[in-house]
Design a protein around this ligand. Structure first.
Ligand code: SF4
Ligand code: SF4
Length: 329
């Protein structure tokens, strides 16, 4: 399946600008002012999803989905999206209550497709298992110009299995794509007259197999940058901007694999979880209480450097953790 669309999400955004700019996929529809967004529009002209955060009980899942539909004022949603619900591949294969719930709701005409958004260090094995299961129509993974071979393997696997791929968290990367990026996300005019936000989204949307990008935008400027990314490839100036951003972000952007560094840390620091919490906190402006707890764990880092020596991507982990500790203080 293919969604020829760009998705938009967020709680405090100029949503009507996105609508008028042609966005036609509304993520977490139950949290958005759907009446305003869809007034005068044919139901077939937009796509919605309802998010499910747990998978332990079939009836709870059905109740949650129905409550979401009601809150959104919808008779049906195109997608039920599972949000990072699995701990590992085995958990996905054996915990089928949500799949049964989805099938029941689909039989009632309330939903058509099942989607899985997964981040965190187990995401690759979980997403491969999801693709192999044959249960999912769409998968969603973090994607940005620092993508690894493992990211591309998942995308290829999904694409070969005729499963849609939604990219997410590109904007979080953009927010961190320099040690001190300008507040509006634009690069120094001396570097390139290009928007890093637009360039990053163009890059993501131009990757073979990627069918849609979910963007997190909070300002009019970010909406403009996102809309400018639709249906075009990065310009030469944007390619230069991206190249410089990749160089700047490489040492501070943890790829969240959790594989090489955590096992050698003498204080068992959950490095990838802290890095993810820091990205979220930065992208959203402030950390949640759970994120504060994680960020504060970074204070125990002794700066011995063992983790950094084992990271295959050259991440300066002590520097990343120092920034996280400051954000959680
Ligand atoms: S610091 Fe490196 S090895 Fe550790 S989780 Fe991040 S990318 Fe992976
Ligand atoms: S630098 Fe900090 S996080 Fe890395 S191995 Fe040493 S104590 Fe652990």
């Amino acid at each position: 399946m293919v969604f020829p669309i760009v998705g938009g999400l967020g709680e405090e955004i100029p949503l009507l600008m996105l609508r008028d700019g042609g966005v036609n996929y509304w993520h977490r529809a139950n949290k958005l002012p759907m009446q305003a967004l869809t007034a005068g529009r044919e139901r077939q002209s937009y796509v919605c999803d309802i998010l499910i955060d747990f998978v332990d009980d079939k009836q709870d899942t059905i109740d949650e989905f129905n409550a979401g539909l009601e809150a959104a004022g919808l008779e049906y949603a195109e997608l039920m999206k599972l949000h990072a619900v699995y701990s590992d591949a085995e958990n996905l294969r054996t915990n089928t209550s949500v799949i049964e719930a989805f099938r029941e709701l689909r039989g009632q005409g309330k939903v058509r497709y099942l989607s899985l958004a997964q981040h965190g260090k187990m995401r690759y094995e979980i997403l491969h298992a999801a693709i192999d299961s044959g249960w999912f129509d769409v998968i969603q993974l973090p994607l940005n110009p620092l993508a690894t071979d493992e990211d591309f393997e998942v995308i290829r696997h999904a694409s070969d299995s005729d499963i849609g791929v939604m990219a997410m968290k590109t904007c979080a990367w953009i927010a961190k794509a320099g040690t001190e990026p300008p507040p509006d996300g634009r690069l120094d005019p001396g570097v390139a007259r290009a928007s890093l936000g637009t360039a990053g989204l163009k890059w993501v949307l131009s990757q073979p197999g990627v069918t849609v990008a979910a963007v997190w935008v909070t300002t009019e400027s970010e909406v403009e940058q996102a809309l400018a990314a639709v249906d075009s490839l990065p310009t030469r100036a944007e390619q230069v901007a991206l190249g410089r951003a990749v160089a700047a972000a490489g040492p501070v952007w943890c790829r969240l694999c959790g594989e090489h560094c955590e096992g050698v840390c003498p204080v068992a620091m959950p490095i990838s979880e802290i890095a993810l919490a820091d990205v979220h906190a930065r992208a959203h402006g402030s950390p949640t209480p759970d994120e504060v707890q994680l960020l504060r764990m970074a204070q125990s880092c002794t700066r011995c450097g063992a983790c950094a020596r084992h990271c295959p991507y050259g991440v300066d982990v002590p520097r990343v953790l120092a920034a996280a500790a400051r954000r959680g203080a």
